[in-house]
Design a protein around this ligand. Sequence first.
Ligand code: CP
Ligand code: NVA
Length: 306
Amino acid sequence: MQIKHFLQFNDLTSDEYEHLFERTRRIKEQFKAYQTYHPLHDRTLVMIFEKASTRTRLSFEAGMQQLGGSAIYLNTRDSQLGRGEPVEDAAQVISRMSDIVMIRTFEQEIIERFAANSRVPVINGLTNEYHPCQILADIYTYIEQRGNIKGKTVAWIGDSNNVCNTWLQAAEVLDFNVHVSTPPGYEVEPERAGLYGTDHYEEFRDPMEAARDADLVTTDVWTSMGFEAENEERMRDFADWQVDGDMMRVANKDAVFMHCLPAHRGEEVAAEVIDGPQSVVWDEAENRLHTQKALMEYLLLGKITG
Ligand code: CP
Ligand code: NVA
């Protein structure tokens, strides 16, 4: 079987997502009913973190254990990765001792080089450019809450970062629209976002206009990991790009609010929104677990049913 990696959202087709969403539903249902499901018995996941994490580490580690396998955590501080071992060499070695690898790192190029030298599937657990596991969970959450996302409008308010880029890729794969509003100077870079065209998104100067009539409103921190040196400047530049109650009121009445977390109340989102009735952020976080279990099952075992 050819190795399949999940390095960016458009590595999988809409049919494959269809399968993953169906498997997620089933795996979640079994988990909630305390039914043991160990298809990955004796398989080992290696998780490499070059940046901090709560949700990604927890959901992958717990998920692999729940599927009957085990997970090993490596970070840059106390492995040879932080001492300049070439990523190609690390990939050769790590992939001979494990069945699947998840990496959180800086440039996308690093994970691409790792995957090119890996004998086993590699999953992107966040890079500067993309966060595909997050959007997999987000779209599953939307489907669970509201049904098919095809033809719907997602409003992205804030930084055109890794999470935004992945929403834009997902819109192309799953055929929905994204209305993006970023401060001047932080606009979407289509090439960096890995987009095929500009058909599935529209940019708005005014965040209220981006949110108008949206089915889903979402945002993320103003300063992503790795960009901390720009923090002060970003606080000033993004001050008008907060998702607040007024913004939610111009969206569709049944719009949901999502945030990948961690969140900063009073910065990119008002407390009344993230803690309000339209917010689905806790389901969204929980679904990281269920969707990634379906993803690992698929990458290791192919399309299984049942
Ligand atoms: N949303 C997300 O990836 O969270 P962590 O940084 O805690 O993994
Ligand atoms: N855009 C954020 C997401 C954190 C999960 C970051 O890269 O820091």
